[in-house]
Design a protein. Structure first.
Length: 305
């Protein structure tokens, strides 16, 4: 009896920093891609020392090590999508830019992580101009949150006054400004916005210098377990694009997945040491990770935004 070969899995390359607490970074990318039925290739750019309280140290890898990883991967694998997160410094940024220019990968998703939520720099300041002027135009899509939008605009000499706050009425103007920096399309994430719903806006150019805007909304979820939401979202979009979905469909599927991982995050926490402030404050300042494998772990599969 013979068996037909199974079709290959959608193959996604994640280029990012390693998170030893496995909540964000390369580990979140890996979990997301596999949870959604893809095959994850991973190229670490840096080693970080972090936990649920924040990032304490960042150690970028030598640029030639990143280059060798990318070269070796590209010799053997046909990649349908690339997700880029933390890059660390100018040398690594240069390596990644050159790799993308030589790659024929159809989808490149850049999550512009510049500073961790605990205040650690994830990209050296001297690398920001090149990041904006040379990397962002190579991306199919970027996925900034509200602070990252303002950082990109300021770094590109286009800072808005007052700063962008994530409101619907601001989106078109912000989109035009991002496009002037060479951005092809962006999902402006609403987690940090002042709107009542967590609304993300996909913006991309249309005919006659107009802006096409698609809104994706969910309820806001009251949970401290949000470590790795940006990494997870961008990796989910990349995976759905690798499956062949359109950009709008991929973002909708990724938003639905992210919402479910947040809903079930309380059921997916590791064992923690008890800290003194946890006796008084629920969560104790911890940002736990998401429930990336909620469907496999018997949680409610019907969670929908």
């Amino acid at each position: 009896m013979t068996h037909k070969n199974s079709p290959p899995l959608p193959t996604v390359l994640a280029i990012s920093g390693s998170d030893c607490s496995a909540g964000a970074g390369l580990q979140a990318d890996l979990k997301t891609i596999h949870a959604l039925g893809g095959y994850a290739l991973t190229v670490p750019t840096a080693i970080t020392a972090q936990n649920s309280q924040g990032v304490s140290s960042v150690y970028p890898l030598p640029a030639y090590v990143v280059q060798q990883q990318l070269h070796t991967i590209s010799e053997d694998y046909d990649v349908q999508a690339i997700k880029i997160g933390m890059l660390g410094n100018l040398e690594i940024l240069n390596v990644v830019i050159q790799f993308l220019k030589q790659s024929n990968t159809p989808h490149v998703i850049v999550d512009p992580v510049l500073i961790s939520s605990s205040g650690k720099s994830l990209l050296e300041p001297d690398a920001l101009p090149k990041f904006i002027n040379e990397l962002l135009p190579l991306a199919t899509l970027i996925t900034p949150n509200v602070p990252e939008v303002n950082a990109l605009l300021e770094g590109g000499g286009k800072n808005l006054k007052p700063p962008f706050q994530g409101q619907k009425g601001e989106v078109t103007n912000v989109a035009h400004t991002l496009f002037s920096l060479g951005v092809n399309a962006a999902v402006i994430k609403g987690g940090h916005s002042i709107e009542p719903l967590a609304t993300d806006y996909l913006v991309h150019p249309s005919d006659h210098s107009e802006v096409t805007v698609h809104a994706y909304s969910t309820e806001r979820i009251n949970t401290p377990h949000t470590h790795g939401t940006g990494c997870t979202y961008a990796s989910a979009i990349a995976t759905e694009l690798a499956k062949g979905l359109s950009l709008t469909e991929a973002i909708q599927q990724a938003k639905t997945y992210l919402y479910a991982t947040l809903i079930h995050a309380k059921n997916a926490q590791p064992n923690y040491r008890v800290l003194p402030n946890e006796l008084e404050i629920e969560g104790g300042g911890r940002k736990g990770g998401l429930a990336h494998f909620y469907e496999w772990q018997g949680y409610d599969k019907k969670a929908q935004p």
